[in-house]
Design a protein around this ligand. Structure first.
Ligand code: SAM
Length: 289
């Protein structure tokens, strides 16, 4: 296709031609607005040196724009019916590799070559935003940056700091591995079909190393999860009742005191650094048991 796919007319034309009815269960909401596509492309700072991976190319509106600017583009699409559509509408672009798979099952080592650092850019299927983003971060898929269209509320949780209602395990996990920034808020009108929620483009710049040093990342994330499991509980209660952490109430109190944290506080008040102090104390307690 010579013309832009990301317009209402071209999208409707492709959907008619290939008899596509967007699947709700696969989170198919196609982007039809070139201004938003411009913003995603600009946030990705993509050059011909880049290997870009797109999750969920759909019928190719973002894919086309990425193929124009990237050196190499790998797209991962679960809906096998869309692969022949993409291959036809994107036939002029010879730098695209197609993977017809579930992104949660994909073998990243087969995609990324040694010493390469990917840019992952996507209008994500909203029903699995967190597993996709956390999978990339926790498994340390070698990325330089990621730009995602996500539900607005999820983007706000990713950038939230201590104190507010949006702050939680997702904020901490995202900020442990990356520097997140909301690029723009996006209304439902720029998609076919329209989602029921506002969206946002978020940029995550992968950190070389986490902003805090912890003795055990595993214990750190267990402490974070336990602290937010029941948001209204004090730290003392939530940490001692966690099935993931084998420690008594007395030991929790000991650890919190050693970390200099008031046991009556709730998790939502603590910074990343404070969670780090607590988790190091708990790690030492468990290790010395
Ligand atoms: N990139 C297109 C666009 O912007 O118009 C489509 C985005 S749409 C919000 C999400 C896409 O992700 C759909 O094409 C859907 O089929 C695909 N998808 C859903 N679940 C997936 C999964 N587990 N793995 C890979 N792709 C998936």
């Amino acid at each position: 296709m010579d013309k832009q796919i990301g317009t209402p007319a071209a999208t409707v034309e492709i959907m008619k031609k290939f008899n596509i009815s967007p699947s709700k269960s696969l989170g198919q909401n196609f982007l039809i607005d070139n201004n938003i596509l411009d913003k995603i492309i600009a946030a990705g700072e993509i050059t011909k040196k880049d290997h870009v991976v797109e999750v969920g190319p759909g019928i190719g509106s973002l894919t086309q724009r990425l193929a124009e600017v990237a050196g190499k583009l790998t797209v991962i699409e679960k809906d096998k019916h869309l692969i022949p559509v993409l291959k036809e509408v994107l036939a002029p672009y010879t730098n695209i590799s197609y993977i017809a798979e579930d992104v949660l099952k994909v073998d990243w080592t087969a995609i990324v070559s040694e010493r390469e650092r990917l840019k992952v850019i996507a209008n994500l299927p909203y029903y699995i935003t967190t597993p996709i983003v956390m999978g990339l971060l926790e498994n340390r898929v070698p990325t330089e940056l990621m730009v995602f269209m996500v539900q607005r509320e999820v983007a706000e949780r990713m950038v939230a700091g201590p104190g507010g209602k949006d702050y939680g395990s997702l904020s901490i996990a995202v900020q442990f591995y990356s520097q997140p920034e909301i690029v723009t808020i996006v209304p439902p009108t720029v998609f076919i079909p329209r989602p029921n929620v506002d969206s946002a483009v978020i940029k995550l710049i992968t950190l070389e190393k986490p902003p805090i040093d912890v003795l055990s990342e595993e214990i750190f994330f267990k402490v974070v999860r336990a602290s937010f499991q029941q948001r209204r509980k004090t730290l003392r209660n939530s940490l001692s009742k966690s099935p993931e952490l084998p420690i008594s109430k007395e030991q929790v109190e000991e650890a919190l005191e050693a970390a200099g944290i008031n046991p009556q506080l709730r998790g939502e008040k603590l910074s990343l650094k404070e969670f780090g102090f607590i988790s190091d104390q708990i790690y030492q307690l468990i290790k010395n048991k």
